[in-house]
Design a protein around this ligand. Sequence first.
Ligand code: 3HC
Length: 409
Amino acid sequence: EELEKLISSDQFRASMYAFNLVQKHAKNPQGAPDPKLAIKVQKVGIVGAGLMASQFALLFLRRLSVPVIITDVSQERVDKGLAYVRAELDKLVEKGRLSADDRNRFSANLSGTLDLADFATCDWVIEAVFEEMKIKQDVFTRVEEVVREDCVLATNTSSLSVDEIAKVLKHPERMVGFHFFNPVAVMPLLEVVKAPKSNDVSIATAMKVAKDLKKTAVITSDSTGFVVNRLLGYLLGEAMRAVDEGIPFEEVADAIAPLGLPMNPFDLLELVGLQVGAHVLDSMYGFSSERFYKTESLHKLAKYGKIRTKDSKGNPTGYDPEAIKIVAGGTRSRTKEQVFEQLVEGLAKEIKLMLDEGVVASAEDIDLCMIMGAGWPFHLGGITPYLDRVGASQKVFGSTFHTPMIKGV
Ligand code: 3HC
């Protein structure tokens, strides 16, 4: 009897919707070309040796078991990247998750260089350098000079136009977006960005690489913020709008809590890095100054370096007094409930626009992206059924994303 109650509950229905997305929908990526077109990746090149790039190196080594070469602007940076990867491999051995043999094999497969000519034999080159158009274009111009014609070039840009980056290439059809989420080893999503000129071979290769990395890939169009950063960018922008307006950090986090995301917005900003977060928000504001919030205070917080206070283990304990001073000064005009209401309406509006613009093939793709890339909770189903249930869809566009609506909590 108890089981019957459980399996007829709305929570169960919402979980089943999410389960089917992750188990079935994810296995048939919409818009994917014939997998047979993929080229075989036997050597990976990574441009950049910072934290993000080093996390890529670790993942490629472990999952693809092929040589991985990294480069950066100085030997010191390259050495730091190599040391990070080797230390992480050691940690896995200590935890009993990796055999010493595998560690040695992966470590031997890893190398660093200052000479891009060493990338000549790579079949796949990915960059994780600073989010500036000119820097990325310069990287790819130099990479294209040395690699073979069939080498696929991937950018991990979080919100720049892949098409614009590819403009400097002799063969722009070989470029794809390959967007990871923090923490790279943990978040299952990869957004594979199909720029207008990306050809089927490049997309098929990207899908195969994603599969080999054991990630779930969703194909998106080359639209600012793709899926997850567009929605998280909106949410984080609204969180900053609320603190700028004089609502305390705690209360803003509380206002957003019903969405059930695993991290409060300020922890999330610290996870991705305040600089990176400010950059994503700038890009989104550049995309639509009407819908996205321009946040000067996040730049100030990024310069200061933190929002949260933490205990000795790094667990958040409160909010930094200096950070509170940085955002203080606004005049509060909304209740916590109004912040939530406006947030969900804004999210419904953004998702409807994304579907109308064809950023992804379906509402299910958006739900899958938010579950796999931002930890959207299973028991709420997906973000689109949730927005239907709280009435945001009806209010914004007079209908629902799903007919009939998907029940849930
Ligand atoms: N870095 C590396 N690994 C981490 C980590 C971190 N900051 N935080 C947790 N982990 C690892 C843990 O070591 C653990 O690994 P193990 O299973 O191998 O031991 C695993 O993650 C699970 O850790 P926990 O049990 O502590 O898990 P939690 O339940 O606390 O979840 C979380 C941690 C997975 C980070 C979860 O809070 C989450 O999903 N947060 C949302 C993150 C998110 O939204 N990311 C997207 C940001 S946007 C982005 O990256 C795009 C870019 O362009 C800006």
